[in-house]
Design a protein around this ligand. Structure first.
Ligand SMILES: [Zn+2]
Length: 95
């Protein structure tokens, strides 16, 4: 995962999320040239994938490839979980 560059002040927000046990604190950060990695310990492979999907979903990215999703599902008015390419590949297969 590529670390996200943050300002030293932003550490407070991350640490307070971490203290509350919120998963939003998890990530890889770059502060003044120092890499800070906050990750779950002893995750199983399935849990790791679940977490990644959850994070991508929250950011509106395709859960398979991480590409930005731009289209909304007209029936729910929410962004699709998948990019056009994967939606065609995966969703159409289930119909
Ligand atoms: Zn995709």
């Amino acid at each position: 995962m590529k670390p996200k560059s943050i300002k030293p002040d932003e550490l407070n927000k991350i640490f307070s999320e971490l203290k509350k046990g919120e998963e939003s604190a998890i990530g890889s950060y770059l502060v003044k040239g120092v890499r800070l990695q906050i990750s779950k310990y002893n995750l199983s492979g399935a849990e790791r994938v679940q977490l990644l999907y959850k994070r991508r979903r929250a950011q509106g990215l395709c859960i398979v490839c991480g590409k930005k999703v731009t289209k909304k599902n007209p029936s729910t008015d929410q962004l699709y979980r998948l990019c056009e390419e994967h939606r065609n590949k995966i969703d159409k297969g289930t119909k």
